[in-house]
Design a protein around this ligand. Structure first.
Ligand SMILES: [Zn+2]
Length: 643
């Protein structure tokens, strides 16, 4: 999901910053094996009949559940996430998170009512535990079973239910005749190996977690409506004034659809994938930019993170007036973009949203991490993938370009996350963040900045390999943080992995500063010296050139290596290296002329450096040069306007 940062505002303020980010090197093929197809646990066969005037969906069908755990299962957990919008007592509406991800209370409530949930002919719903004692939330339901389901056993549950869609909230609902149905059916929670379910109510800052399976869904809407949905169309017909489409997709963990009677359609084959775009009339220019983005993104992500394994990708641009809240969201094989039709090219938000949501096909769709427990594995890694791909495509102007000045996407992430670095840890459950503002700055932007810093300090190719190994080896495997850190260690070494762990889990930070500089004319050592069988007494006296010692300090808990550039009065320069493993270092240098300026991290590799103003020593000219680079902290410029 896209964060609701005022990207446009940010771009407008950030134009004063140039940026010297290195252009991505082309990646060598990553040899890590691609994980095999997952074993289905939850296969759904559903039918959804939409009444767009009443904004209701009549649902029926079944879920085939296979107990692939090692233990008998004696209860099921079912998520009814549309009930997050039922009343103000839901967990979703109780959590105070501010305006992150847009408004939260729908103008028109949403509900899901299960009419039947039957196992071996018996309706289990009357005995279901619809909420916890003392808690009115109705999004997480426990269904006791009349008998245990043995390991390896497959059973079928018949379902009938009624949805009342809310006015668009959190990417689902209606606006006029536009309908977007996400989290619209009774959905089994995630079965774990030990026979328990990982289940949770719909939290405001968290998203989803589910098992893979096949979704065979028939969507039934009035004839005038066009449908966009997860998976390819297997059957399509118009009958009795209704349009009926059957979509079937294997190896996915959710199913969403949209229907509107004013969609324009455009189809294009990109990198072997049938891209099906749905958009409002008048949005042709922004749609073209979205397709342009995908023409770059599909092969780029394929090379880095393995092939996109599905035949179709549906791109939905919701109408900006009223349904803008449906934009910026990911479902398997379906993404929603967003933004007004007049979004100027100079503002890169159209490309950014498109590449971000497409990236989720990997960092959500194919990796399927627990988005409540570890949101950084989903939004954070995806924000890095977004920055990486935009930089590879657009170079320095990856975040947009206005008035001839470029700003990179990763520079925006670095600036956005800077103020929150000491507030809370990045790697923790979504529901534990104090504010949506911290969640956005840390989970999205700080993670991206951490990974970009590792790429710049330990090498872009090794970072690409670590990400590629993770995305391939853990495809369909629901990985956890240790799996990701293991890939960092395997490809980048123990030091990089330890820095990543501290930065993600322990609010790790770093600030380099120049402590002092002693320098003077080089002197020849005086005294009595025995050399070559002769004794020589050397008087005190000046030699030629200058000796100097630079005291360098590293504050904070991250031990990142860093370069120091010394520029001398004769225009020559030399680069010294500090491994970063000590809290301070003395670096000696010798040159024919005096140093004119010294700069720690002149290439701006350590985007995490908490204060760059103490990195420079020397004449004002070099200080101004630093100001020209984005990485010089611009709190003074941006501090008051960020989300
Ligand atoms: Zn996202």
């Amino acid at each position: 999901m896209r964060r609701r940062a005022p990207a446009l505002l940010l771009a407008a303020f950030a134009v004063a910053l140039g940026e010297g980010s290195p252009r991505a090197d082309w990646l060598p093929q990553v040899p890590a094996p691609l994980a095999p197809h997952p074993d289905s646990i939850a296969d759904y066969t559903l039918r959804a009949t939409l009444d767009p005037a009443a904004h209701t969906i009549r649902g029926e069908g079944s879920v085939r559940f296979t107990n692939r755990s090692e233990k008998p299962v004696s209860e099921l957990w079912v998520h009814l996430y549309l009930n997050a919008f039922k009343n103000e007592r839901s967990v979703f509406l109780r959590e105070p998170i501010g305006a992150f991800r847009g408004s939260s209370r729908p103008a028109s409530w949403g509900t899901i009512d299960v009419r039947r949930f039957a196992f071996e002919g018996k309706d289990l719903w009357p005995q279901a535990e619809k909420s916890r004692p003392g808690d009115d939330d109705e999004t997480d339901v426990r269904v006791p079973l009349p008998r245990a389901i043995a390991p390896g056993e497959q059973v079928e549950l018949a379902m009938e239910w009624d949805d009342h869609l809310p006015s668009i909230v959190e990417r689902t609902g209606f606006s006029g005749s536009f309908h977007f149905a996400g989290q619209w059916f009774p959905k089994l929670a995630k079965l774990e190996k030990d026979g328990t379910f990982t289940h949770f109510p719909f939290h405001h800052l968290a998203e989803f977690y589910a098992d893979y399976g096949t979704y065979d869904v028939t969507v039934d809407v009035p004839e005038a409506f066009r449908i966009g949905a997860t998976g390819p169309v297997k059957e399509s017909k118009v009958q009795g004034g209704r349009r009926i489409e059957r979509h079937v997709q294997t190896d996915v963990h959710d199913f969403a659809f949209t229907a509107w009677d004013r969609f324009e359609v455009r189809d294009e084959r990109i990198d072997g994938v049938a891209v099906h775009a749905l958009y409002p009339r008048g949005y042709e220019a922004v749609l073209e930019r979205e397709l342009e983005t995908l023409r770059f993104a599909l092969p780029h992500f394929r090379e880095r993170y393995g092939p996109y394994p599905y035949d179709v990708l549906t791109v939905v641009h919701p109408p900006n007036d009223g349904a803008g809240e449906a934009g910026g969201m990911e479902y398997p094989t379906l993404i929603t973009t967003g933004g007004p039709w007049y979004t100027p090219r100079a503002v890169g938000t159209i490309e950014q949203i498109t590449i971000h949501e497409f990236g989720h096909q990997y960092f959500y769709g194919l990796l399927a991490t627990n988005e409540l427990a570890w949101p950084f594995l989903d939004e954070g890694l995806n924000s890095y993938a977004e920055s990486e791909s935009l930089a590879a495509w657009k170079g320095d102007a990856s975040g947009g370009a206005l008035l001839g000045l470029a700003v990179s996407d990763v520079a925006v992430q670095a600036v956005v996350s800077h103020d929150a670095q000491h507030d809370e840890a990045v790697a923790k459950p979504a529901s534990e963040f104090l504010t949506g503002r911290d969640y956005g700055r840390l989970v999205y932007a700080r993670t991206a900045t951490i990974l970009e810093t590792l790429a710049r300090t330990y090498g872009k190719v090794s970072m690409d390999r670590a990400m590629g190994r993770y995305a391939r080896a853990f495809r369909f495997q629901h990985p956890e943080p240790r799996d990701f850190l293991g890939c960092i260690e395997a490809e980048m070494g123990k030091g990089a992995a330890e820095n990543a762990r501290r930065a993600l889990f322990e609010k790790g930070w770093v600030d380099y500063s120049i402590g002092g500089l002693s320098r003077g004319p080089r002197t020849t050592a005086a005294g009595v010296f025995d050399q070559g069988g002769k004794r020589e007494t050397r008087p005190p006296g000046a030699g030629s050139g200058y000796d100097g010692t630079l005291s360098l300090m590293r504050r904070g808990t991250l031990q990142l290596p860093v370069d120091v550039r010394i520029t001398y009065e004769d225009g020559q320069s030399e680069t010294l290296h500090f491994a970063g493993d000590a809290e301070s270092a003395r670096l000696d240098f010798t040159h024919a002329r005096r140093p004119r300026s010294i700069e720690v991290d002149p290439e701006h590799r350590v985007l995490l450096d908490g204060d760059r103003s103490n990195n420079v020593f020397g004449e004002p000219g070099s200080f101004r040069k630093t100001m020209d680079h984005t990485s010089f902290w611009v709190e003074t410029l941006l501090g008051g306007v960020l989300p």
